[in-house]
Write a protein that binds this ligand. Structure first.
Ligand SMILES: [Mg+2]
Length: 263
């Protein structure tokens, strides 16, 4: 068993850890403040590609968590898979539209322009409530025409206070099934997201990082991709940590932070 060192950076998932649909989970705001007071940097790493960067900063700010410069979203990771000048069929929401728009001007939002004509270089998929049969058809047509299929994440569900709702991964799975093409997924637990986080964290070593999340597949997997420890909370989509291979298990973020600050 490797030696435990007090983390320099905590990588913190948002949905199911800090909040549920922007309603703070009790104790989470104070726990983040305690980490920062102890000199530990907190970087929020979210597979949410729905909200824009500014919306995420504002939402965290509204519950008392400053976050400017400390957020990485799966929309940002999806943008790293796009090349300047590409024509993109976008099946996602504003967060994805904004980040892809930083790379290329030629973005067609699938549900705004049904039966969009012509060839596409990429189909980019994230969570969006406008998804329908026409979007699925247009995505299939673009992929059959040679576009690469990129998913910001493959999370099957998204946690809300009323229980899980279908996530971006469920939408991506429909397009994958129809087209028979395996997508490139860029968010947690995959390498494009890890590259972004490593860039942000400079020379901090993997063993000096802890990933805190509520999903053993995405967050636990991301901890492994990063080479960091995984702390699992039970305040999100998974009711138990059975089979998660977590280094730390606690009911919620406050519980994890209590353990970390004793190291
Ligand atoms: Mg989560």
């Amino acid at each position: 068993m490797r030696k435990t060192v007090r983390p320099k950076v905590v990588l913190c998932d948002l949905d199911g850890v800090v909040w549920l649909a922007h309603q703070p989970i009790p104790g989470s705001v104070g726990a983040i403040a305690s980490l920062r007071e102890a000199g530990i940097r907190v970087v929020f790493v979210t597979n949410n590609s729905f909200s824009t960067y500014d919306e995420q900063v504002a939402a965290l700010g509204s519950i008392g968590v400053p976050a400017e410069g400390d957020i990485v979203t799966s929309a940002m990771s999806a943008a790293t898979a796009i090349k300047s000048g590409w024509r993109v069929l976008l099946c996602g929401s504003q967060g994805l539209i904004e980040e892809i728009g930083r790379v290329t001007d030629d973005v067609v939002v699938a549900y705004n322009e049904p039966m969009a004509a012509g060839d596409f270089d990429a189909v980019v998929v994230g969570f969006h409530r406008e998804f329908n049969y026409q979007v699925l058809t247009d995505a299939l047509t673009a992929v059959r025409g040679g576009a690469v299929l990129i998913g910001s994440n493959d999370d099957p569900t998204y946690p809300t206070p009323n229980g899980p709702i279908p996530g971006g991964g469920s939408i991506l799975a429909a397009i994958e099934k129809a087209s028979g093409v395996t997508p490139t997924v860029t968010g947690k637990p995959y390498e494009p997201m890890a590259l972004l986080v490593r860039d942000m964290c400079g020379d901090v070593l993997p063993e000096e990082m802890v990933m805190i999340g509520d999903r053993s597949d995405t967050d636990g997997g991301f901890a492994r991709t990063m080479g960091a420890r995984f702390a699992m909370v039970l305040s999100g989509v998974m009711p138990t940590a059975d089979g998660s291979e977590a280094d730390i298990v606690a009911p919620d973020l406050a519980g994890v932070v209590e353990i970390l600050l004793k190291e």
